[in-house]
Design a protein around this ligand. Structure first.
Ligand SMILES: [Fe+2]
Length: 395
C-alpha cells in the first residue's frame, strides 16, 4: 500500500438546522465579518437576512456584499478585498454555492496579503506559487453551503475567472481551507432542478476523478466510492422531488465527502476538470455541465490506464451488461458514464455550451497554463495533441 497523510482541518457542522450555529461559531473568528452572498438568490430566499441576524445576535458587525456572481471575477475580488480592509473586517463568511464560498476564500486570502490584485496570485501571475514562504496566511474563513456541488466547503481551493485572458484557474493553500463549514440541507430544498442536476453531476465527477487520480489514497478511495454510491442512489430522487429532505441530505453528504476527497483529503481532480475549466473560462457555462461535455471522451481515451479502477467505476455507475470481464467493464466506462449523464439530464456537447471549433486552440493553451497540475494527475499522460483531440471529439 502507498504511503499517505490525511487530515480534514475544516470543522464541518452537518445537518438540517445547523445554520443556526452561525453566530456561535463566528464569534471565535473575530468581531467584524464580511458576508459574501450569491447575487439576488440569497436575499430572495431569506437566507441572507437569516444569517445576518444570526451573526448580529452574536454581537458581530456585518459588512454585506451580496453581489457575488456565478464564476466570480478577479476584479470583483479586488474590489471586495478593498472594502474588507477599509471596513477593518476580521474574517469572511461565504453564503451560497461555490462562487460565494470561493469568493470568501479569495477575499480572505488577498486581505491576508494586505490587498492588491488577485490575478497576481493566479496561474501565470507574479506570485502564483502560494506555497512560497513569503505568502502570508489568509484571514479566517467560514462557509455556509447552499448547494450540493463544488465541494468547496471542504477544499482549500478557489476558482476565480481571470477577465484579462478568460481563464478560470483554481488555486489555494493550506490557509484557505475554511475554519468552519456549515452544511445544512434545509437550505437546499428550493434549488431549481437545473442547478440540482449540474451541481449534482459535479459531485459525481469530483468523486470519480478522485478515484481515478494518480494521487488517490486509501482514505480518498473510501470517500470517493461512498460519494459515488450516494449520488447514484439519490440524485434521481432530488431531481424528481427537490423538497425531499432526506435525499437532499444524502446529496449534501456526498458533496462534502467528494470535496474532502479532492481537497483536504489529498486526492484531486484529473483531466476531466482540467478540460472543463477552460470551457467555463470561455463560455461562462454552468461548471458541472462542462465536465459532462468532455467526460465520456476522457474515459474513452484513458480506460486502459488502470483496468481495475476503470472497471470499478463502471460497476459503481451501475453499468450491468452481464458477464463482462474486468477489461471489458473498464472499456465500457465511457458508455457507463454516458448512460448516467443521460439519466440525470446532463448528456451534453461542447457545442450545446456555446463552444466553437475556433476556441479549441485558446482553451488548450489555457489547460496547459492554468490546469496542468490537475491534468497530470490523470492515470494516463495527456499531451497537447490529446487535449485538442478530446475537445474535438466533445464538440
Ligand atoms: Fe467541480
Amino acid at each position: 500500500m502507498k504511503t499517505f497523510a490525511c487530515s480534514v482541518p475544516t470543522n464541518v457542522f452537518f445537518g438540517a438546522g445547523e445554520v443556526s450555529r452561525a453566530g456561535e461559531l463566528a464569534v471565535t473568528l473575530g468581531k467584524r465579518a464580511m458576508l459574501l452572498a450569491a447575487k439576488d438568490t440569497m436575499r430572495q430566499l431569506g437566507f441572507l437576512e437569516r444569517v445576518e441576524q444570526l451573526l448580529t445576535a452574536a454581537g458581530i458587525e456585518v459588512v454585506v456584499q451580496d453581489d457575488v456572481s456565478p464564476n466570480p471575477r478577479d476584479v470583483d475580488i479586488d474590489n471586495q478585498t478593498r472594502i474588507f480592509l477599509e471596513q477593518q473586517c476580521d474574517f469572511t463568511v461565504g453564503l451560497g454555492g461555490g462562487s460565494a464560498m470561493d469568493s470568501a476564500k479569495a477575499v480572505a486570502f488577498l486581505a491576508g496579503q494586505g490587498g492588491g490584485t488577485i490575478s497576481d496570485y493566479l496561474a501565470g501571475g507574479d506570485h502564483a506559487d502560494l506555497s512560497d514562504p513569503a505568502i502570508r496566511p489568509a484571514c479566517p474563513i467560514m462557509v455556509i453551503t447552499t448547494t450540493a456541488g463544488t465541494g468547496s466547503e471542504t477544499t482549500p481551493w478557489w476558482v476565480i475567472t481571470n477577465t484579462t485572458d478568460h481563464e478560470k484557474p483554481g488555486t489555494g493553500n493550506s490557509t484557505t481551507a475554511a475554519r468552519y463549514a456549515i452544511v445544512d440541507p434545509q437550505l437546499m430544498l428550493t434549488i431549481p432542478a437545473s442547478i440540482t442536476a449540474s451541481t449534482g453531476i459535479d459531485v459525481l465527477f469530483h468523486a470519480m476523478e478522485a478515484y481515478l487520480a494518480t494521487i488517490a489514497t486509501p482514505f480518498t478511495d473510501l470517500l470517493a466510492q461512498e460519494a459515488i454510491r450516494i449520488v447514484m442512489a439519490n440524485l434521481g430522487t432530488v431531481l424528481e422531488d427537490g423538497s425531499d429532505l432526506e435525499a437532499r441530505s444524502q446529496m449534501a453528504w456526498a458533496n462534502t465527502l467528494a470535496g474532502i476527497a479532492i481537497g483536504e483529503g489529498g486526492s484531486g481532480t484529473v483531466g476531466i476538470h482540467a478540460l472543463g475549466h477552460s470551457i467555463g473560462g470561455q463560455t461562462d457555462a454552468a461548471h458541472g455541465l462542462t465536465m459532462a461535455a468532455v467526460g465520456p471522451a476522457f474515459m474513452r481515451k484513458t480506460w486502459d490506464a488502470d483496468i481495475s479502477r476503470y472497471a470499478q467505476v463502471s460497476r459503481m455507475l451501475g453499468y450491468d451488461q452481464g458477464n463482462l470481464t474486468e477489461q471489458q467493464l473498464a472499456q465500457k466506462s465511457a458508455e457507463a458514464l454516458e448512460q448516467v449523464l443521460e439519466r440525470f439530464g446532463c448528456r451534453i456537447t461542447m457545442t450545446d455550451l456555446g463552444v466553437k471549433e475556433e476556441m479549441i486552440e485558446a482553451m488548450t493553451d489555457s489547460v496547459f497554463k492554468t490546469m496542468v497540475g490537475v491534468l497530470d494527475c490523470s492515470l494516463k499522460p495527456i499531451s497537447r495533441e490529446d487535449v485538442i483531440a478530446l475537445y474535438r471529439e466533445s464538440l
